[in-house]
Design a binder for this molecule. Structure first.
Ligand code: PLP
Length: 460
């Protein structure tokens, strides 16, 4: 068994330096697949560190899949996954390398959907059918294909209580794209907008594009502080009432009525982002704000969470005065989204596949969410509290340790687990304890279990 020796310096923990060195030996091929590594004791002796230090380095490498331990034989180098290898060391990659790519064992990202239950066969069949139709070989309607707008109108009425004419629906490629277009027709009449704090930073970016000024509505684990509206000057508000992003709370019926009352009094508009209302696990989704009174509500929906983010298909329902302005302003703009996807989605909805898909996915995600909550509670007990587990494709973990968000993320990363910050969502209403965002939609039950166990090692 070959011994390894290298220099350790005083910059940072020794176990991390050993881990980094061995990782780079493996990635660069200096240590070959299946090659035995020195024992914990041998390596500790030759580097003049404690056995605990080498053990921690080996544990990290095992967690990230670089090496494996075989009982009574020792540690061996694993075959590196080609994807990870290419990402870090593709010799033909002459693009400037910014940050080294960290190979993650478990990634709790929230911007993906479950691949295993995706209706691939049906979607393929329907999109093949669409490709044989003459209609598919043209630019689409600038405001979206009528057949899809009709299906969306039917769905909104059935599932969200929103009654709309298909002609009041505009189809676009993403929520941000639509907010940017919408901002263009709102900016002359409205110079400022109220946003939730914390709230979806992607929407703030879109409003900033038109230099809207912000007023912020504080949101807590218990919900939004709507009483603050009375002191505000803006007449526009952007909200996520069904599943507040990122706090996960839903507005109560009373709060919804309050908001509608406020907007009518102010003669402004509510931008209701209903981005993932389909996934509510404990009870039926509340009806949308636009179902109470749509006169001053701009309803925004998308297929990113409910179906596939890469499909780039979103829509909004515009009140009459805005609709006329929008259609006039953008009459010469081509559609921003694929006609092929629009026609396929229209067929998918018409055949009943859409509702079937939602029912199936609600169950799949509900089970994953329950599993994540159970494992988190078991591993962390009173060291964390869980926020927003009743709906959506992520939850927040409020960590009651005396640690910063940055520390929590970096420590998780050292154990091969990628978790996500929430600080980017806050404007000024910062929480006392850091909150970490965990998505689970693409993870298996085993991944969730392993990810939480590694997090426990990293954090406790
Ligand atoms: C609050 C909110 N709205 C909308 C979206 C969807 O954005 P898009 O339409 O670009 O997929 C997201 C995505 O994460 C979101 O968090």
């Amino acid at each position: 068994m070959k011994n390894i020796i290298f220099h350790l310096n005083d910059n940072g923990p020794k176990y991390k330096q050993i881990y980094e060195r061995l990782k780079s030996f493996i990635e660069q091929g200096d240590l070959k697949t299946n090659e035995p590594l020195p024992s914990i004791r041998q390596l500790a002796d030759s580097l003049n560190v404690s056995r605990n230090t080498t053990l921690m380095a080996y544990e990290l490498l095992v967690a990230e899949g670089y090496i494996r331990g075989e009982s009574r034989k020792g540690y061996f180098v694993n075959e590196l996954e080609p994807l990870l290898y290419q990402e870090t060391h593709n010799p033909s990659d002459y693009h400037e390398q910014t940050k080294p790519v960290q190979p993650f064992c478990i990634d709790f990202r929230a911007d993906v959907v479950d691949q295993q239950h995706f209706p691939l066969k049906t979607w393929r069949r329907l999109s093949n059918q669409v490709l044989t139709v003459k209609d598919c070989f043209r630019y689409g309607d600038p405001f979206g294909e009528l057949c899809l707008r009709e299906q969306i109108a039917g769905y909104l009425f059935q599932s969200r209580g929103v009654k709309t004419d298909p002609n009041a629906i505009v189809i676009g490629s993403s929520t941000q794209q639509m907010l940017i277009y919408l901002g263009h027709i709102l900016k002359d009449e409205f110079q400022s907008i109220i946003v939730e704090d914390p709230g979806f930073d992607g929407a703030r970016e879109a409003f900033q594009f038109h230099r809207f000024m912000f007023e912020t509505l504080p949101v807590y684990e218990t919900g939004a502080e709507l009483s603050h509206l009375d002191q505000m000057k803006s007449r526009l508000i952007y909200v996520t009432p069904s599943h507040q992003s990122p706090m996960g709370v839903s507005m109560t019926i009373q709060q919804r009525h309050m908001l509608i009352h406020w907007v009518n009094k102010m003669r402004g508009y509510i931008l209701e982002d209903d981005y993932d209302s389909e996934y509510r696990y404990t009870q039926k989704p509340f009806p949308a704000l636009a179902s109470i009174d749509s006169t001053r509500v701009i309803y925004l929906g998308n297929f990113s969470k409910s179906f596939l983010p890469g499909i780039r298909l979103s829509y909004m329902v515009l009140p009459k005065p805005l609709l006329d302005r929008y259609k006039h302003q953008f009459r010469l703009f081509e559609s921003t989204t694929s006609i092929l996807n629009q026609l396929t989605m229209a067929k998918f909805m018409k055949n009943g596949e859409w509702i079937r898909h939602l029912k199936r996915m609600r169950l799949v995600y509900k089970r994953k969410m329950q599993h994540l909550v159970t494992v988190l509670n078991k591993e962390f007990e009173q060291n964390i509290s869980i926020i927003g587990e009743q709906s959506g494709l992520f939850l927040l973990v409020k960590v009651h340790l005396n640690r910063s968000e940055e520390w929590l993320i970096e420590s998780a990363c050292a154990y091969g687990v990628k978790v996500y910050p929430t600080s980017r969502y806050f404007v000024k209403n910062y929480p006392e304890k850091p909150m970490i965002k965990l998505g689970f939609s693409h993870l298996s039950f085993d991944d969730i279990q392993l990810g939480v166990e590694l997090l426990k090692k990293a954090w406790l």
